[in-house]
Ligand binder design. Structure first.
Ligand code: PRP
Ligand code: ZN
Length: 285
């Protein structure tokens, strides 16, 4: 029987979240601290633990069928693979940073400077578009120490919390790309593998929807129900149940995580009381 080979990062910024996503999709497997690959116990997939930098190439060559990694790496490697889904975690940016004590007159700062990066393709495209002539020093890791050891004047690297830059005495001056985790796939999967992939993507979307939404319950006077339904349209429409107290009902719906606080204020002014907000585990639209 056919199985889908999924590449995830062995260790790094994406590995815990990639692991958790698959687990929340109900896929059980042991982690990759000592092994390079493992089979899931209850779903037809094999998990390969790889360096994220290698995943685009392996997916193109179908060493893996799909991979979970940062879009930054997908764009840098520019391999012939399909981006199947944005995953909503591991948000970061690819930025240029200079020594914190240097003054920064604007992008022209980089003319005739040496810039260390693991993203030579994206950086050289960016410099070309902006008419900057700089020397790009490609290094594969620990880019942020390059200015400190005299290897470069500046760096172009991934920034998430910003703490790596700070501890290395660097400051971010401009962002060239924003990124988050994505799933990429080989473009020529067999029908059998596509069927497994569809089942997996269905589960991933249910997990993503659940993370992006909250279940909300509240009490409201009957007279406010129409207005509250406008504020909380729900998946189809809200559920409304009568309360024991006459003239009141309980209303159940879902609300988007990023609209949550704004909606709560509107609900309170519409007369809602006793508002409960509950995380959703899976959400199938
Ligand atoms: C990036 C970057 C920094 C770190 C920044 O590494 O190279 O080391 O993240 O994060 P911070 O702003 O929160 O300190 P990443 O894991 O993307 O690259 P790698 O696969 O080369 O380790
Ligand atoms: Zn890496």
């Amino acid at each position: 029987m056919s199985e889908l080979k999924i590449a995830i990062q062995k260790s790094g910024r994406l590995s815990d979240n990639s692991h958790r996503l698959l687990e929340e999709c109900g896929i059980k497997f042991s982690n990759g601290t000592s092994v390079l690959k493992t089979r899931a116990a209850n779903f037809p997939v094999e998990i390969l633990f790889l360096r994220d930098d290698d995943i685009p190439q392996y997916v193109e060559q179908q060493v893996a069928d799909i991979g979970i990694l940062g879009e930054n790496m997908v764009l840098e490697k520019n391999k012939n693979v399909a981006v199947l889904e944005q995953l909503g975690f591991a948000q970061c940016r690819l930025s240029l940073a200079i020594r914190k004590e240097e003054s920064y007159p604007g992008l022209q700062y980089f003319n005739n400077k040496r810039v260390a990066t693991s993203y030579p393709r994206l950086l050289s495209d960016y410099f070309t578009e902006n008419n900057i002539k700089a020397e790009i020093e490609e290094i594969s890791g620990s880019v942020e120490i390059a200015p400190g050891i005299g290897l470069a004047d500046a760096v172009c690297d991934i920034v998430s919390s910003g703490s790596t830059l700070m501890t290395n005495g660097l400051r971010e001056v401009t962002t060239i790309l924003r990124s988050e985790a994505v799933i990429i796939g080989n473009k020529k999967l067999s029908e059998e593998k596509k069927a497994i992939l569809d089942r997996l993507l269905f589960r991933i979307r249910a997990v993503k929807n659940a993370r992006e939404n909250k279940y909300i319950l509240l009490n409201a006077p009957e007279a406010s129900i129409q207005e509250i339904c406008r504020i909380l349209p729900g998946m189809k429409s809200p559920t409304i149940l009568p309360l024991a107290e006459k003239g009141w009902c309980s209303l159940h719906s879902v609300v988007k995580e990023d609209e949550f606080w704004e909606r709560i204020d509107q609900l309170k002014s519409a007369g809602a009381e006793g508002i409960l907000v509950i995380p959703i585990e899976k959400m199938i639209k």
